[in-house]
Design a protein around this ligand. Structure first.
Ligand SMILES: [Zn+2]
Length: 366
């Protein structure tokens, strides 16, 4: 009898053990399939660092989607010539892995044009898109497409957007830099001849096999408080839907552009509403990535703006936070990097903004 029980235990142990091996094998098989990220969605909260995130978490009274991402790192932001970067140099560092001087985009400090991750992914056969809550020619989106010694040369930057063959879709403002130009050119008609379609709002976009741009404003889009609506989450959903069927995958960059402007203005209501819009877009991407299993989502920032800290209320009231700004400009404090999906583990630790592209490309199998 004892022997029988032992045999039975042995059998059940073997059975359990082999069941474990089977499920482990399946797990590993899934992991192996997901080791390389087919799609990459990169979020840049312009001017967003730890205090902006925690202020939004506290005031919105919920964990942000970006805070749910399992791997986190910390990135320094200085530029080639300044301890405190601007969005041109920081966008270039993130997009291309090259430090440059403040005010420059898509070039290294020697004014040599450098290649962005968007361009690398396009060359690898992926679809590419950008959605922003500023003019599309503004520094951060421009750093992924344009090459210019001067980030404020919007007409030349628009011409780079008009002539690149690396970008498939964009959403943002800035139509005037394409159509109401000092040189009198209408860049959009030339782009239409090259297969682009243009729309005035997201809801006007019809399923299309061509490239498209959505200009929601002639200049910069309104703020959320001024009635912009949920532009970033809707643009994220639209662009994912447009590109997710592509067999080679896609690269999508989303910028929460006006988090920075709220910081410059030391305007907390402005800040929290822009943070909420940006984080709702992150949530859209994460929901897709969780279903898809082959999508890397990275959320980071180019620099902090406003020198924001969270101090106690009047009379040593430690039960609430008061948003205290120490600057009307950018600061040098480092910024977080959140990652989810295949290769997300590469994003842990302390590193520099020029290292982000290496992690993205490694996660993508390059
Ligand atoms: Zn700024």
């Amino acid at each position: 009898m004892k022997k029988l029980i032992l045999v039975f235990l042995g059998f059940s142990f073997l059975f359990t053990f082999s069941a474990c091996v089977t499920s482990n094998d399946e797990g590993h098989a899934e992991d192996n399939q997901a080791v390389v990220a087919k799609n990459v969605i990169l979020f840049i909260g312009d001017g967003m660092s730890y205090a902006q995130i925690q202020a939004a978490e506290t005031i919105l009274n919920k964990q942000l989607a970006m805070q749910s991402m399992p791997f986190t790192g910390n990135s320094t932001t200085y530029s080639a010539d300044k301890l405190i970067t601007d969005s041109g140099a920081a966008g270039t560092a993130i997009a291309t892995g090259h430090k440059t001087n403040n005010g420059m985009i898509g070039m290294n400090a020697d004014s040599t044009a450098v290649v962005s991750m968007l361009e690398m992914f396009a060359d690898a056969g992926k679809k590419t898109a950008i959605a922003v809550s500023c003019g599309i020619t503004h520094a951060t989106p421009a750093a992924f497409v344009a090459k210019n010694i001067n980030r404020n040369d919007y007409e030349a930057i628009a011409a780079d957007f008009a002539t690149t063959d690396k970008l498939d879709y964009f959403v943002g403002g800035g139509r005037n830099h394409f159509q109401k130009r000092e040189d009198g050119q209408d860049l959009l008609s030339g782009m239409q001849e090259n297969g682009w379609q243009f729309f005035d709002e997201l809801t006007a976009v019809v399923p299309t096999s061509t490239k498209f741009g959505v200009f929601v404003a002639d200049e910069h889009p309104a703020s959320v408080l001024e009635g912009r609506g949920d532009l970033l989450p809707k643009a994220t959903a639209l662009l994912i839907k447009q590109m997710s069927a592509h067999e080679n995958g896609f690269f999508l960059m989303i910028e929460g552009s006006q988090i920075d402007w709220a910081g410059h203005e030391n305007d907390s209501a402005y800040l929290i509403n822009e943070m909420a819009d940006f984080d709702a877009a992150v949530l859209e991407a994460l929901q897709f990535a969780k279903k898809d299993g082959e999508t890397l989502v990275v959320v980071t920032s180019d620099h902090e703006t406003g020198g924001l800290t969270l101090v106690n209320g009047p009379n040593k009231d430690y039960t609430r936070i008061h948003l205290h700004y120490s600057s009307g400009n950018h600061t040098s404090v480092s910024v977080p990097v959140f990652a989810y999906g295949p290769g997300a583990e590469y994003f842990t630790g302390v590193y520099d903004n020029i290292d982000i592209i290496d992690k993205v490309m490694k996660a993508s199998g390059y």
